[in-house]
Design a protein around this ligand. Structure first.
Ligand code: IMP
Ligand code: MG
Length: 189
């Protein structure tokens, strides 16, 4: 029996491992430039699970002090489209939120609904400031008026996996961003 290799499910690589490294360094330096005061507390707030790989790499390249935390936000509906309603599955429970500049770390902005909702939610909780860094952005898919503060790279309207991003919970561990072969979707649908 042929050994299973998840790389075989990928049609083509959209962003290579070394390109991702350059993208992460670029946004890390923008963040260092925009949050220059080391006395102010900056919280990197990773959105589970898609942001974990990006978060891990990003925090290593930011030179100013950062703190980290996580929230989990659900998306129901078809796995290749974004859900319309946002549900918080893991909340941010902190007594010191007004002391924090929050930088939401997200894998990809699609309709924009998740980030629009979360930004308002965290502002209402009293955060000192709320901004967002997204590894990828699909501006052509936007359904609401939302733009992230930092974007790694704009991508075309293709469903991508790898570097944290999944399809049916698979492919998160791929070290690059790739586009799945069409037969992978049809197999599951
Ligand atoms: P939005 O609320 O429509 O902006 O949804 C963004 C979320 O949809 C991301 O955090 C991902 O979980 C998911 N998503 C959107 N596009 C993709 C994709 O191409 N690959 C994997 N997940 C995606
Ligand atoms: Mg997500």
């Amino acid at each position: 029996m042929k050994k299973y290799d998840i790389n075989d499910d990928i049609d083509y690589t959209m962003i290579t491992e070394s390109e991702l490294e350059e993208i992460v360094k670029k946004v890390a330096s923008e963040i260092d430039r925009d949050y220059p005061d080391p006395e102010k507390r900056l919280l990197l707030l990773g959105i589970l699970k898609g942001s974990v790989v990006f978060m891990g790499d990003l925090m290593k390249h930011i030179k100013r002090p950062v703190e980290i935390d996580f929230m989990k936000v659900s998306s129901y509906g078809a796995s290749t489209t974004s859900s319309k309603t946002i549900n918080i599955m893991l909340d941010l429970y902190r007594h010191d939120i007004e002391d924090l500049d929050i930088l939401i770390v997200e894998d990809i902005i699609d309709s924009g609904r998740t980030m629009l909702y979360l930004t308002k939610y965290l502002e209402n909780k009293g955060a000192s400031s709320v901004k967002c860094v997204a590894l990828l952005d699909k501006p052509s898919r936007r359904e609401v008026d939302y733009n992230a503060d930092y974007i790694g790279m704009e991508v075309e309207d293709k469903f991508v996996v790898g570097y944290g991003l999944d399809y049916t919970e698979k492919y998160r561990a791929l070290p690059y961003i790739g586009v799945l072969k069409p037969e992978i979707y049809t197999k599951h649908d």
